[in-house]
Design a protein around this ligand. Sequence first.
Ligand SMILES: Cc1cc2nc3c(=O)[nH]c(=O)nc-3n(C[C@H](O)[C@H](O)[C@H](O)COP(=O)(O)OP(=O)(O)OC[C@H]3O[C@@H](n4cnc5c(N)ncnc54)[C@H](O)[C@@H]3O)c2cc1C
Length: 301
Amino acid sequence: MKLLVIGAGPAGLSAAIYASRAGIETLVLGCQPKVAGNYDIDNYFGFAETISGQELIERGLAQAKRFGSDIHCERVLSVAQQANGGFLAKTESREISVQAVIIATGVSRARPSIENLRDYEGRGVSYCVSCDGFFFRNKETIVIGEGNFAANQALELLQYTPLVAICTQGNRPTMNEDFQRRLGDAKIDVIDGRITRLLGDGFLTKARFADGSERTVWGLFVAMGEASSADFANALGLERNGEFIQVDHHQKTNVPGVFAAGDCTGGFLQIAVAVGEGAKAGNSAIKYIRELRKRSRTLDG
Ligand SMILES: Cc1cc2nc3c(=O)[nH]c(=O)nc-3n(C[C@H](O)[C@H](O)[C@H](O)COP(=O)(O)OP(=O)(O)OC[C@H]3O[C@@H](n4cnc5c(N)ncnc54)[C@H](O)[C@@H]3O)c2cc1C
């Protein structure tokens, strides 16, 4: 596979239309975006009458498929750069190697409602196992989250420490059977209590639960819901403006081969902008992949 587009909203589908129409093998992973409901869209160019968000997205999906995009409702749990410069993405059911990635995941990052969470960010609280797991070698850690994303982060933490637990913050665990089995095999406890306060003099050392109990914890990794653009940015070392991924006028990030488009880059959060940025990201990815192809031909010849 050449190009992975994460996100099947206006930005991701627009990128996929450009890339697949240019003959680039394109995989799009993402599910129904929020706007694909029964919402009236009145301000998108070319539709004199109101169109529903659902119909607009369905049309975009059909158009991307017409040009050969391979599109699946599948969640990406992590993306990492490989030694050869390519990227390895892990989903709930497979691993995929690609040459380039377009991040078009929209915005949303769920945070737990722990009153003093921010006081410990960078002092025990982290949002990225591959960035910060190393600092908690052989120490007690907790991953906060209820789904496959949290399970994957917890399993990744085992590279650094055997002392890993998951806390669902009182939410119902939604990990699939495969992840449940792997957590069981790795003896990772899934705690269903709710952490309400963090404790520690400067750095995190304990978590207090709603029932008043306390548990030693040096590293608290937030991985609620699904992996967000900020999670991918952390893992890939992308520059950010707060929660948003920083891009240039061609939607390039600071990492060659990684592009971003739509709401995840901030600015005016509208469909027209997402579609425009998706087009630019698709075009940049086409050029990047063609350049790689040319270079490998030169080396072969
Ligand atoms: C209710 C509502 C009404 C709106 N009305 C209007 C309007 O009238 N006009 C207008 O211009 N704008 C409107 N907007 C804003 C508009 O919807 C957004 O600006 C636009 O959808 C952004 O597109 P996007 O592709 O960047 O992100 P999104 O549309 O948010 O799409 C994100 C995609 O990423 C996928 N994704 C996220 N995380 C992962 C992961 N880990 N793995 C795989 N896939 C993932 C999601 O499943 C989804 O497919 C509205 C928004 C909402 C919520």
